[in-house]
Ligand binder design. Structure first.
Ligand SMILES: Cc1cc2nc3c(=O)[nH]c(=O)nc-3n(C[C@H](O)[C@H](O)[C@H](O)COP(=O)(O)OP(=O)(O)OC[C@H]3O[C@@H](n4cnc5c(N)ncnc54)[C@H](O)[C@@H]3O)c2cc1C
Length: 430
């Protein structure tokens, strides 16, 4: 079988992680992307840094991530929290290309103007080049064309303000405002970022945005603490949508959506890069299955789509609960709307042993999507296959058939036994 020509659109973290994952499976991959046009800084946790390194993007990180102390002003309380890492996105995105090239991925710089899907995919670039692909990975983030969305949060805009202040120790902060919230950061070299996120409706026109933002900064104690007087001067503003969006179909026979192109979360969750990586890390195996075992397309679709949707809802609920902590402002439209979206379902479902069941579900096995018996619980609707190497379905079946825990686990080494016993107690098994 001739090797499939795989083209990835977009070299953000999701496109880059997918391309490197495909290279690791032995595929030839071309990534086409335009450069990020505006300077932005984003906050990420240690967990995200670990995930990016694991995905083969450590080189980019070493050039663009710096630790910073972080404060939170929320619901009238001031918390001096631990630390976050500030990611200089322009530098990071530029360095992603080096990681890609080091991994053997061919990288083309250019803007994708159009994609035609007739007899394969034909990608038209702004310089007139046409790339032909047998398989297409859509990773253009929020700029990816959306055929249909399945779920959309309250329409939200983030206004990023950038200016140069005095050098100092890197620091960041988050604070709630009457009609939104602000995230701010100062880098060691004095570059300053302040970003307000609020309802898309009711903003002043473009020419009034810089003054509007400067007036908000003038009322903030945190701004006074973090920045010098330059913060009070109207600055350069870059507006971007930050509405939470879950795309409709995320997978077809010869295409897949990953990262923000599949689901873009509210920046309040602080997990945008993390969730974009999650869908990208599973994508290579899903693509491998579509190419090598086309008869498993339905299974692969179920695997990718369900995980994307579950993750989206999980982060939407995390965001909702964080908005919910701001009790004093529940009657303001910005807060009221977000405290009730996407639903009222708790983030974690209570354990209920009676509801635990064994079902056939897609799993990843030997570089392919396969099907196996997994244990489905209220809190793990996608199912758990193994727990520290122990297959759970036979354990649950035996217990439900009336066998004693000790008997069921008798052949399992003691360390794993302990993990399974803890899990069983968590499920309400006495
Ligand atoms: C206001 C805001 C604040 C955020 N803050 C944080 C934060 O603090 N922490 C965090 O973890 N996440 C944050 N995020 C989310 C984070 O930016 C995204 O989740 C993450 O970058 C998604 O990665 P991606 O690879 O899917 O898409 P992107 O990073 O958007 O990458 C898409 C790539 O495709 C390219 N591209 C787009 N269109 C074309 C085209 N037509 N032709 C060629 N190339 C194209 C782009 O240039 C880019 O390189 C924030 C998002 C927003 C909107």
């Amino acid at each position: 079988m001739p090797e499939a020509r795989i083209v990835v659109l977009g070299a953000g973290p999701a496109g880059a992680a997918t391309a490197i994952g495909l290279r690791r499976l032995g595929y030839a991959v071309t990534v086409v992307s335009q450069w990020r046009r505006f300077a932005a800084v984003e906050g990420v946790s240690q967990r995200v840094l670990d995930g990016l390194r694991h995905a083969g993007l450590g080189g980019a990180l070493s050039q663009a991530a710096m630790p910073a102390t972080r404060q939170v002003h929320w619901n009238g309380q001031h918390l001096q929290t631990n630390q976050e890492f500030l990611l200089d996105r322009q530098r990071f995105d530029r360095a992603l290309r080096d990681d890609l090239q080091r991994a053997g991925v061919s990288v083309i710089g250019g803007r994708v103007c159009e994609v035609l899907h007739e007899g394969g995919h034909h990608v038209l670039l702004d310089d007139g080049q046409v790339l032909t692909a047998d398989f297409l990975v859509e990773a253009r983030g929020r700029q990816a064309p959306l055929a249909a969305d399945r779920l959309r949060g309250p329409e939200t805009v983030s206004l990023l303000n950038i200016w140069q202040g005095s050098p100092g120790a890197p620091a960041s902060a988050v604070e709630s405002l009457d009609d939104g919230w602000a995230w701010m950061a100062r880098l060691e070299d004095g570059r300053c970022y302040w970003q307000v996120t609020q309802d898309a409706a009711g903003l002043p026109g473009k020419s009034g945005l810089a003054d509007y933002c400067a007036a908000l900064r003038a009322r903030s104690m945190l701004v006074a603490e973090l920045f010098d007087d330059q913060a009070l001067v109207p600055a350069q503003v870059h507006a971007r949508s930050s509405t939470a969006i879950l795309a409709g179909e995320c997978l077809g026979q010869d295409w897949i959506r990953v990262g923000d192109a599949a689901m873009a979360v509210d920046p309040l969750s602080g997990n945008g890069i993390f969730q974009s990586l999650s869908s990208a890390l599973q994508a290579p195996v899903v693509i491998n299955t579509l190419l090598r075992r086309p008869e498993r397309t339905a299974l692969a679709r179920q695997f990718h789509q369900q995980r994307v949707e579950q993750l989206f809802l999980r982060f939407a609920r995390i965001g909702r609960d964080f908005y919910g902590q701001e009790q004093g402002r529940a009657n303001r439209p910005f807060w009221g709307g977000r405290q009730a979206w996407p639903d009222t379902q708790p983030l974690h479902q209570a354990a209920d042993w009676q509801a635990v069941r064994v079902e056939r579900r897609p799993v990843l096995h030997d570089g392919l999507v396969d099907e196996a018996d997994v244990v489905v619980t209220a809190d793990q609707p996608l199912g758990v296959w193994h727990l520290q190497g122990v297959e759970l379905a036979p354990v649950v079946r035996a217990l439900q058939a009336g066998q004693a825990v000790g008997t069921v686990l008798s052949g399992v080494p003691s360390e794993q036994q302990l993990t399974v016993r803890r899990w069983l107690v968590g499920q309400g098994v006495a």
